[in-house]
Ligand binder design. Structure first.
Ligand code: MN
Length: 211
């Protein structure tokens, strides 16, 4: 991803069929080449006539959007959020043998939640609680505890002090072609394609960076 305008859609580090059968090729292709590409195109369009913001990173655009002129504010917020959230979501997908974390993240999950299955049930409940479109997140909170968060639409946690470890996109476009209205089945299958190595790196970075 470019640091700033003009933003480009970063290629996925895996093929569109890599997450089969848990997330279909058709869903991955539409999601990355359709939805994420559109967020990026629309963000570039919003910034086209605003050179004063063309050096801003995605994070900076999201955090500064409230100070922008009214005619681009909501577009920048929605589209920079959409780009940021999707790049993060796609970075946390990988089909691999380990379907649970290891190391210190596994230890903290066990300490806070007792067992992985309990953690999975609670995260699933959080993801099911998103009313309409949005995301559910596992974060390290300001007390260095694991916590669940939800955001609506393309909202982010950038200004919250929470440090994201992973997220699941629960917009219908993330699952509807394959799972129809059964969001719970998508969440269940998504647990088979979490990139735990990346989640462990995010956890380690979060601990080292502090709240
Ligand atoms: Mn999406």
């Amino acid at each position: 991803m470019n640091e700033h305008y003009p933003f480009v859609n970063p290629p996925l580090p895996y093929s569109y069929d890599s997450m089969e059968p848990y997330i279909s090729r058709q869903t991955m292709e539409l999601h990355h080449n359709g939805y994420l590409q559109t967020y990026i195109n629309d963000l570039n369009q919003a910034l086209e006539n605003h050179p004063e913001y063309q050096t801003f990173s995605l994070d900076e655009l999201i955090c500064y959007a409230d100070n922008m002129p009214a005619q681009i504010r909501s577009s920048v917020l929605h589209n920079a959020g959409g780009a940021y959230n999707h790049i993060f979501y796609f970075s946390l997908l990988k089909k691999c043998d380990n379907t649970q974390p290891s190391g210190e993240l596994a230890d903290l999950i066990a300490w806070q939640f007792g067992c992985f299955e309990n953690f999975q049930d609670l995260f699933t409940a959080a993801a099911l609680s998103v009313f309409g479109s949005g995301y559910a997140w596992l974060v390290l909170d300001q007390d260095d505890k694991l916590a669940f968060r939800t955001t609506d639409n393309q909202g982010t946690l950038l200004s919250s002090g929470d440090r994201p470890i992973f997220s699941i996109d629960v917009w219908e476009h993330a699952y509807y072609l394959q799972y129809y209205n059964m969001r719970s089945n998508y969440i269940h299958d998504w647990f088979s394609v979490i990139n735990w190595e990346q989640a462990e790196r995010n956890f380690s970075d979060a601990k080292n960076n502090g709240a």
